[in-house]
Design a protein around this ligand. Structure first.
Ligand code: ARG
Ligand code: GLU
Length: 717
């Protein structure tokens, strides 16, 4: 204990307050310069070169983008990979049928032949990154007109990317950092043959469901396993039975040593987006307008869905994924608002801005107008942002389903509007469309959608300014005298989009003459009228990107204002390192949350009457028999743990490493009290939630009987 206090003192003295511990999503290439000293003082035993290097195999060679929005990591020299269950969910669902319900029962390939092929799944390795700021900004000056500036930058980027991957099978990604003050190039290698190896049943992989989502204490075995295949030269290749397991340059050793409070821990993955440097006006917009309004509309959606889902088990399954998607952000927004309020975040920003203004008035007059301009832009922008957010809730983001189905017909319409109709293309398109229609109706319950449609139309009218109201309200308010229910009755009576039979028939018979019929369909009209507002009113204004220049200037200015602070760039779905400590927290008065959970907690939560808390029999048997093998710790099995690592969406599936760089956990969530960390980090409340690797190994070995997978791992006991 004494030792730890001395250590902490040493940290705060040596870094002189320039670097905060815990907060930050750091650029792997720059650890040597900014972070490694602090990391090592906190206990990390490796060097910056061990984490990221272009000269030697390093930890970054074992981290991948999994699919489009998650992270994964390699845990064997035969291409074996782990990520979250919720990241592999689509693949698990894709292979599931009533006969082979892998979502419910789990799936384990007991040999390579049993692994399942996933047509559209890719994993992406980072080969190297490079600061290309100077080249991106070549020929660009600050007094250029915005459009010209953007155009020049675009050209430069295209040229740099093309040159970087010329004559290789790599792909290039080039992204702005610090709001366009810096640019990095990323050279990637993308693998296309990635097979499903294993997943626990949802009752474990999703244990706690949406009830426990974003919450600690947590007991979710949120993992799934895949294997990357390559051609005989270890290069990416499309699926072929001749492909062989990929040999990565590096894979993580899996540690069974576990974690103690205070231990060093780091997360290495792909955080999606954060907004740390926005002005107070942004926080006002979010906390006072956008979050509350969008929370309200989703509360109504969830109320309707929950009611129908509780009444009918078939509907419960149909709407399970939709409900989860809606509730995920809904719950995060509620937590975000609460967290920002408790932090007094707006006032903190205001105080900061006052000091900033005084500094810039005295020392950097070129920035003296930035905040005033921000205020002006946000006054208008907020309305458009809200309209945009609400529009998304109406149709694209799990809104009125019948309208979103009608929306899918636009591709057919487009093909018949073309001068020469490509009959072959039509055939293919119809086929694809019919597949979508099939999937749509598999998970569609008309009475629910009808109620939802009426509710959403009413809410949009009540919450969104007249200038954003689509023409369809003219009909509702005119012919239907404002009676939304009556309008919706007509809509569902007249539209062809409410039954599968009529839609299939319509698609099959579609030809040039069908366009008229389509354009008369009330569901199509409804969809088109919302799209029109989006395309003609909302999008053009948002696309002017009035904030871009201000954001760039304000970022640069803040870096000058606090010239002794080391800044990290906002998350932008590029590879980052976060580091901190394993640590509990006080969520509220008198309550302390410990840093880890165990199997005991799963059994405590077990309740056959609550869908989210049904513990599989097999797990209960292992518990009764205390059959824990080498995974036992003090009479139980560790399940999840929390730490102070700064993470966000996209970090799902990220490796959580100990001081030796060994894998101790898989990141999958944040604790609710700390989800405002996307905007402002609070070291007392912000915790990332990880699945303990010992529980993962226990499940593979004892629960699934797939212990053979452990043989290819490097396990450190
Ligand atoms: N909150 C986590 C994330 O943002 C998990 C989401 C999936 N789980 C769920 N119960 N909906 O991705
Ligand atoms: N579940 C989140 C994801 O998809 C991670 C949680 C977070 O936002 O930190 O990435």
């Amino acid at each position: 204990m004494v030792k730890r206090i001395i250590l902490l003192l040493a940290i705060s003295i040596s870094l002189n307050g320039m670097l905060k511990a815990d907060e930050g999503m750091w650029i792997p290439m720059l650890l040597e310069k900014y972070n490694i000293e602090q990391m090592q003082e906190m206990g990390f035993k490796l060097s910056a070169e061990d984490v990221y290097s272009v000269n030697q195999a390093c930890l970054k060679d074992a981290v991948v983008i999994f699919g489009r929005g998650c992270t994964g990591e390699l845990i064997s020299d035969k291409g074996l990979l782990v990520t979250n269950h919720h990241c592999g969910y689509g693949e698990i669902q894709y292979h599931s049928s009533v006969e082979n319900d892998y979502l419910t029962n789990g799936f384990w390939a007991m040999s390579p032949e049993e692994e399942l092929v996933n047509p559209d799944l890719t994993v992406t390795f980072l080969k190297r990154m490079e600061d290309v700021t100077d080249r991106v900004l070549e020929g660009v000056s600050d007094d250029m007109k915005s459009v010209d500036r953007e155009k020049k930058i675009k050209e430069n980027i295209a040229a740099i990317k093309a040159e970087a991957v010329k004559d290789t099978h790599y792909t290039a990604v080039l992204k702005p950092f610090f709001n366009g003050n810096q640019y990095f190039l990323f050279i990637n290698e993308i693998f296309k043959d990635v097979r499903l190896v294993g997943a626990p049943p949802s009752a474990m992989g999703k244990f706690g469901g949406d009830t426990d989502n974003w919450m600690w204490p947590r007991h979710t075995a949120d993992f799934s396993m895949f294997r990357i295949y390559a051609d005989k030269d270890n290069k990416p290749a499309k699926y072929s039975k001749d492909n062989v397991p990929y040999k990565p340059a590096k894979h993580f050793s899996v540690s069974m040593k576990g974690v103690e409070e205070g231990d060093f821990t780091m997360v290495f993955g792909y955080p999606g987006s954060t907004y740390q440097y926005v002005p107070s006006y942004h926080l006002e917009m979010l906390t006072e307008t956008i979050n509350p309004k969008l929370i309200d509309v989703r509360t109504e959606k969830l109320d309707i869905m929950n009611r129908y889902q509780e009444a009918d088990p078939a509907v419960r399954i149909q709407y399970a994924a939709k409900n989860a998607r809606i509730s995920n952000s809904w719950k995060r927004w509620i937590g975000e608002n609460r967290g920002l309020e408790i932090l007094d975040a707006i006032n903190k920003k205001r105080t900061y801005e006052k000091n900033f203004q005084a500094w810039s008035d005295a020392n950097a007059k070129e920035y003296s107008n930035v905040l005033a301009q921000y205020k002006k832009v946000y006054d208008e922008y907020s309305n458009y942002r809200l309209a945009y957010g609400y529009y998304r809730e109406m149709i694209p983001s799990n809104g009125m389903e019948i309208a979103s189905l009608a929306n899918k017909m636009d591709v057919l319409k487009a093909i018949y509007k073309a001068e020469k109709v490509d009959e072959q293309a039509v055939g293919k398109l119809k086929e694809q469309l019919l597949k979508k229609v099939d999937l749509f109706f598999k998970d569609y319950y008309k009475p629910l959608d009808k109620e939802l449609t009426a509710k959403l139309l009413g809410m949009y009218a009540a919450n969104i300014d007249a200038e954003f109201q689509p023409e369809v309200y003219g009909v509702i308010n005119g012919k239907y005298k404002g009676d939304v229910d009556k309008y919706v009755d007509m809509l569902f009576a007249k539209s062809i989009f409410d039954t599968k039979e009529s839609v299939v028939e319509f698609v099959n018979a579609f030809n040039a003459k069908s366009i008229k019929k389509l354009e008369k369909d009330p569901a199509y009209i409804l969809n088109a009228s919302f799209n029109k507002v989006y395309n003609e009113v909302i999008y053009p204004e948002l696309n002017k990107q009035k904030l871009n220049k201000l954001n760039r200037q304000y970022m640069a200015a803040q870096m000058k204002f606090e010239d002794d602070r080391v800044f990290y760039p906002d998350a932008n779905f590029t590879l980052r390192v976060s580091y901190g400590q394993v640590k509990g927290y006080n969520p509220r008065d008198a309550v302390y949350y410990k840093h880890f959970t165990t199997l005991e907690g799963i059994i405590e939560k077990d309740n056959p009457d609550i869908y989210d808390y049904r513990v599989p029999e097999k797990l209960k048997e292992l518990y009764e028999a205390k059959d824990y093998g080498r995974y036992e710790v003090e009479g139980t099995v560790p399940v999840c743990f929390i730490a102070t690592n700064h993470t966000t969406g996209g970090n799902s599936g990220s490796p959580v490493l100990n001081a030796e760089g060994h894998l101790i956990g898989i990141n999958f969530d944040r604790a609710w009290e700390g989800v405002m960390s996307d905007l402002m980090f609070n070291p007392d409340q912000c915790r990332n939630i990880s699945l303990d690797m010992r529980y993962v190994l226990f499940i593979i070995d004892k629960f699934a009987g797939a212990g053979y997978l452990l043989d290819e791992m490097t396990i450190v006991e």
